[in-house]
Design a protein around this ligand. Structure first.
Ligand SMILES: NC(=O)CCC(=O)C(=O)O
Length: 260
């Protein structure tokens, strides 16, 4: 099975959700010119890291952002892994990913589990506790958000349920670009899955972001990589290579959970 993806590598207007929602709408329309089966957005694309103002600007129960993703998915008949957005709930504000299918149904929801202290997330956000598993276009998938990629044990837990694609929306700063690339490649190789990762570009008051969104195959080969500017990155995933890698080197059968 082959599937076409589009990754929307974009700049984000700091603390301006309405501006960002309009931009996402335009970018999705632009991405559709190449007729992808699914689209990935970056982390916190509605507010950026304007965390101090989250009380004013976070989306109540993710309603506005979910409504937009649903409408765009239906209009363009495309599955959208909606990066992540600010999501204010009674128990706290979360950095939340929503995935919707072509009909606009919500198929996946994930709240970032590991909060990144270097960007003050733990001061303003609550951490999620639930893993992420969903089916997109008949493919079992999982997703984590940005800093989560430093925790292979969390990702492995989800992959053990059969996920073939790992989605990673991010706002990853430029000074650690080499970590971004190496960590993503390692997650693809050790889990013998596709990694589809979307990083933002541009600057906010505290950081410059690295771009370099990527699609990596289950052998660790980078099949598409963006630069450091706004770009819609397109790639085709051949899902048969997941089974191929898992059959040739049966890492999942050879694990020794009795030892660790
Ligand atoms: N937004 C994030 O989670 C950034 C993570 C990061 O930069 C890292 O080095 O890890």
């Amino acid at each position: 099975m082959k599937k076409k993806c589009a990754i929307i590598q974009m700049d984000i207007a700091f603390g301006q959700p309405e501006t960002n929602r309009k931009k996402v709408e335009e970018k999705v329309a632009q991405a559709m010119k190449r007729q992808p089966d699914f689209i990935l957005l970056p982390e916190l694309w509605d507010t950026g890291y304007d965390l101090k103002r989250l009380d004013d600007i976070a989306d109540d129960h993710g309603q506005k952002n979910r409504a937009l993703l649903t409408r765009l998915a239906r209009k363009h008949q495309v599955a959208i892994i909606g990066g992540s957005v600010s999501n204010r709930e009674a128990a706290g504000t979360y950095n939340t990913l929503y995935a919707v299918d072509k009909q606009g149904n919500l198929t996946g929801e994930y709240r970032k589990a590991h909060l990144f202290r270097l960007m003050n997330e733990e001061k303003y956000l609550s951490a999620g506790k639930e893993p992420c598993r969903f089916v997109m276009e008949h493919i079992p998938c999982t997703a984590v958000i940005c800093y989560d990629i430093r925790f292979p044990e969390w990702i492995r837990k989800n992959i053990l349920h059969g996920a073939q694609i790992l989605f990673v929306p991010a706002e990853w700063p430029s000074p650690r670009l080499s970590h971004w690339r190496h960590l993503l490649i390692s997650r693809a190789i050790e889990n013998q899955c596709y990694v589809v990762a979307c990083n933002r570009v541009g600057q906010d008051p505290d950081n410059t972001f690295a771009g370099h969104s990527m699609v990596i195959d289950p052998w660790g080969a980078i099949i598409a990589e963006a630069g450091e500017k706004e770009e819609i990155l397109h790639a085709e995933l051949d899902l048969s290579s997941v089974q191929e890698a898992r059959t040739l080197i049966p890492v999942f059968d050879d694990r020794r959970p009795d030892l660790y």
